[in-house]
Design a protein around this ligand. Sequence first.
Ligand SMILES: CC(C)(COP(=O)(O)OP(=O)(O)OC[C@H]1O[C@@H](n2cnc3c(N)ncnc32)[C@H](O)[C@@H]1OP(=O)(O)O)[C@@H](O)C(=O)NCCC(=O)NCCS
Length: 118
Amino acid sequence: MRPLHHAVFSLLFSDFSFVLYKNSQIVSYVYAAYNGNKGFIHIIATRAGLYRKKYASVLLYHLEKAAREKKLKSIWAYCLSDNFQSRSFFEKNQFIMQKEIDISTDEKRILFKKVINH
Ligand SMILES: CC(C)(COP(=O)(O)OP(=O)(O)OC[C@H]1O[C@@H](n2cnc3c(N)ncnc32)[C@H](O)[C@@H]1OP(=O)(O)O)[C@@H](O)C(=O)NCCC(=O)NCCS
C-alpha cells in the first residue's frame, strides 16, 4: 500500500470512496469515480499481509450500495492481465471480463464490468 494513495485520492474521490480502518490503521481502501450512470474503480487495495480476509470485498459491498443509491447502472474496473489475485478478486465478486487491452507491447490490462441496476 502506498501512503500517497490515501492522501491524494481521498481528496479527489471523497464522495464515492471507502477506507477501512482497524486499530487506527488503514487496512484497505477503494477509490472510485462516476460519470453519468457508470462507476469506475480507480484502485482497490488491501495492506500486504492482510489479504484474503474479505476486507476488499466488504469495501466493494459498500461501494455497490452507494452506486445503487446514485442510480448507477454499472461499475467498471481494470487490472494488469498478469495480476492473478486481482483478476480472481473481481471474478469472485461477479465482475465480468469485457476485454483485454494492450497498453503497450509489454503491458496488458483486463477491463471488468458489473451490472448493478437493470
Ligand atoms: C486484489 C485485492 C484488493 C484483494 O484484496 P483482499 O482484501 O485480499 O480481497 P478479499 O479477501 O475480499 O478476497 C475475496 C476473493 O478474491 C479472490 N482473491 C483475493 N486474493 C487472492 C489471491 N491472492 N489468490 C487467489 N484469489 C484471491 C478470492 O476469490 C477471494 O475469496 P476467497 O479468499 O474466499 O477465495 C488485493 O489482493 C490487493 O490489494 N492487491 C494489490 C492491489 C491491486 O492489484 N488492486 C486491484 C487493481 S486496482
